[in-house]
Design a protein around this ligand. Structure first.
Ligand code: ADP
Ligand code: MG
Length: 765
């Protein structure tokens, strides 16, 4: 089974998407297809033993569409130059159409004014001139500028499949051919039908101009909605300087293979991911870490593609190339998210799929009703004339074009804006769900705190001293031995606490001994044997489990200050304890305040002691703390909240929190810098910074508001426009909508929807 995304050419509206989806789904071997109007792309899963993109393309070509089968790696960026050419072509046609439209408007206005006697009738010579000029201009408009719509109409006659072009094509050609007939047989017709002289060439000209202008503006804006991807693509280096056979050669970045040694000169872009093997420098990694200060890089440090070297020179060994690099993964993720469908779009899709045929029916009913009801009071020729005008008006105003653009354009802009902020969103559904979140669960270590605890105090049974925060105190012999035992045991553990202690021992040259029988006691600590004695290192819970008689009041004094005690004990007695403390991230407090402003409850989970957790929580203003949680408890807590009807987002470090991240309505991985597990969560915060979570939620709210506004504007035009264009209000108020205004409204609706989506880009988060 293959799962691929292709650009589609020839798409004009939402109904095109449903035509393509329905046609391709029927093809043997195609399992799933989802067409996105915003990115004009189709995501297809197909069985490659039964079909292939080329034959799918042949099938689509008969309907007037085609798949762009890419040669380059990034799919969605490939259509850009073609789109630009299309845009240029559209522009030329618009420029040629505008003077014709202006002349038509001039004639039309004069006619209307003359009818109301506020203006003299047109001089006869002029009238004669325009009488011949208008059909010529209309012919050019219909067959040259309006060719896509005419083709849509033709395709409808041939295949029975109607889209937006069909409606416009049908409307404008009916106006044209009707006027043509009237013009040709004017003399004979006038005898029987005195009012038949009215022609609608101006309708053909002006409607096509408006629609084409709208389409042009829409296409131009749509290109702008996708520029986030382009910016990311521009971060990629094109070439790399590598050492091959002892020589420096410059090769295309696509030719770099694993293990290549790459030379980086001052100011150069890092072409692929790898590890430095020679030299050192400072590298600007703001793209992944959000950190504006260049990071110091020495031998053994990792560098990632797309970041920029400053002044040093170094060589590194390529470890991830092509699609494996972090940047390539980010681009892929943004592309996929932009072309995914938001659940809210399902409604718009359903409507636009049935919209076009329904509109066709309504248009014919309108014409029939005019002839049936109005022939009596107005006379046949007048009824036919009005009926045709309404027929054309309904077809033109009812285009579901704006409806199809409402959701995808907003999603494209929203996802792209997120990427620029270091907020990677997996798909549109996640972005949509995020705005409903009312509870955020955060991990203490690494999310609220920096995640790098350090040693603070030491207390041996009976005799106490405090290290203070500087750790500069000269240690006495029993203390050195005490730390030595703990560090030896912690050497085998991977807990952040263990790192803190081992680092301290190493820095202070405290001996680390070989140990045996090491064991992890989950959620409590560790055990092991040093020099023949079995020791336990961990929290109060562990001591309680051992059944040792022990007074914890001393320890509580420390936990109330947010410090974590690490107790050393044998089976029989407690030897002493030390405390470690983690620093709160500077942005945590502001982020929690902002979440509260959004009406979101924040719950902190920690494996740590309750008092320490509560103390930390109080510092940043967190509402609720759940302490002593085992990894499985996190899952249970999320389920419990969900059962109470809460929509839960969980922010975790993405590694051991995977099940909890998956259970949450929105899983948020805090990726820090270069080690990012993009696949693991719905949202990845690249800079590992909780204040970005606030931005992500705001972004979701802004995007959803944009979508709802768009849907409203798209629907309102059709809901109000159709009855008005059909002439439903004529008997009551004498209102008739000139198809020209229908064309204007229709062009305006698409343009307003796309511009509204673009506004998301400049909204402050
Ligand atoms: P968390 O990741 O929130 O710290 P854990 O379940 O990993 O949760 O640990 C729970 C508690 O168990 C820690 O807060 C600590 O008190 C104790 N603990 C776990 N591992 C160790 C260790 N290697 N050394 C000392 N204490 C530990
Ligand atoms: Mg842990």
């Amino acid at each position: 089974m293959q799962n691929k995304t292709y650009k589609v050419k020839g798409m004009h509206c939402a109904s095109c998407a449903s035509i393509i989806e329905r046609t391709v789904k029927k093809i043997d071997g195609v399992q799933e297809i989802s067409v996105n109007t915003g990115t004009e792309s189709a995501k297809i899963s197909y069985d490659e033993s039964k079909t292939n993109p080329e034959s799918l393309n042949t099938k689509l070509e008969s309907l007037g569409y085609s798949l762009i089968i890419p040669v380059a790696r990034t799919v969605l960026a490939t259509g850009k130059s073609e789109k630009l050419a299309e845009l240029r072509d559209m522009k030329i046609k618009i420029i040629s159409a505008i003077p014709l439209a202006v002349i038509s408007v001039f004639v039309m206005t004069w006619d209307i004014l003359a009818q109301f006697k506020t203006q003299y009738s047109m001089p006869l010579v002029w009238e004669e001139f325009f009488h011949h000029l208008l059909p010529l201009m209309a012919t050019y408009m219909l067959f040259v500028v309006g060719k896509p719509y005419l083709q849509g109409f033709y395709r409808f006659l041939k295949t029975g499949k109607a889209n937006m072009d069909t409606l416009i094509g049908l409307g404008t050609s009916v106006a044209y051919f009707y006027s043509f007939m009237v013009g040709a047989f004017e003399e004979t017709l006038l005898k029987d039908f005195p009012n038949v002289g009215v022609t609608y060439f101006d309708v053909t000209i002006i409607v096509i101009t408006f629609i084409a202008l709208g389409k042009y503006l829409e296409t131009r804006s749509k290109l702008k909605t996708g520029d986030a991807i382009e910016k990311l693509l521009n971060l990629q280096a094109k070439t790399a300087l590598v050492i091959r056979d002892g020589k420096e050669i410059e090769i295309s970045v696509n030719e770099v293979v694993h293990g290549d040694i790459i030379i980086i000169k001052p100011g150069a872009k890092i072409p692929v991911d790898g590890t430095i093997v020679e030299g050192n420098s400072f590298v600007d990694e703001s793209m992944v870490t959000g950190e504006p200060m260049p990071a110091k890089k020495n031998i053994g440090d990792n560098v990632v593609a797309g970041t920029i070297n400053t002044t040093g020179t170094f060589n590194f060994k390529a470890t991830k190339v092509g699609g494996e690099t972090l940047l390539a993964q980010i681009i892929k993720m943004v592309e996929e998210a932009q072309s995914s469908k938001a659940p809210i779009q399902a409604l718009a899709d359903k409507i636009s799929a049935i919209f076009v045929p329904i509109v066709l029916v309504i248009a014919f009913i309108t014409l029939g009703a005019w002839l049936f009801f109005a022939s009596g009071p107005l006379g046949f020729s007048q009824a036919l004339s009005y009926g045709l005008m309404c027929f054309v008006g309904v077809l033109v105003i009812a285009c579901p074009c704006a409806l199809g653009l409402a959701t995808p354009t907003a999603i494209i802009v929203g996802v792209g804006k997120g990427a620029k902020e270091g907020i990677l969103i997996k798909d549109a559904a996640t972005l949509e769900k995020l705005h409903k979140v009312d509870t955020v669960i955060v991990d203490k270590t690494g999310t609220i705190t920096i995640g790098k605890p350090t040693l603070v105090d030491i207390e041996l049974a009976g005799k106490g001293r405090s290290f203070g925060t500087s750790l500069r105190t000269v240690l006495e012999e029993p203390e050195i031995e005490f730390i030595s035992i703990i560090a030896s045991l912690e050497k085998k553990s991977e807990h952040p606490i263990a790192n803190a202690i081992v680092n301290y021992a190493v820095e202070n040259k405290i001996k680390i001994e070989e140990i045996s029988n090491f064991e992890n006691i989950e959620g409590k600590g560790i055990r092991g044997t040093v020099n023949g004695i079995e020791y336990f290192v961990g929290n109060v819970k562990m001591i309680k489990d051992l059944g040792i008689n022990f007074n914890a009041t001393k320890i509580e004094q420390y936990t109330m200050q947010g410090k974590t005690p690490v107790i050393l004990a044998t089976k029989m007695e407690v030897i002493g304890f030390l405390t470690v403390a983690d620093e709160i991230k500077t942005e945590s407090k502001q982020a929690i305040t902002d979440l509260h402003k959004l009406g979101i409850k924040v719950i902190m989970l920690t494996g740590d002691d309750e008092k320490a957790g509560k103390y930390m929580a109080s510092l940043v203003g967190i509402d609720e703390v759940v302490a002593h949680v085992m990894p499985a408890d996190k899952l249970a807590k999320i389920k419990e909240l969900q059962n109470n009807g809460r929509v839960v987002a969980m922010a975790g470090d993405g590694v051991n929190d995977a099940p909890a991240l998956a259970q949450a309505d929105v899983g948020i991985a805090m990726g820090t810098g270069t080690d990012v597990a993009i696949e693991s969560a719905g949202i990845t915060l690249l800079h590992g910074d909780i204040s970005k979570l606030v931005k992500a939620i705001k972004l979701s709210k802004i995007t959803m508001r944009g979508i709802k506004q768009n849907l409203f504007w798209a629907f309102i035009y059709n809901i109000v426009g159709i009855p008005l264009a059909a002439g439903l209000f004529y008997p009551i108020f004498g209102w008739l909508l000139n198809p020209v205004f229908a064309g204007l409204a229709m062009a305006f609706s698409s343009v307003s929807v796309v511009s509204n989506s673009l506004r998301i880009k400049v909204k402050k988060l």
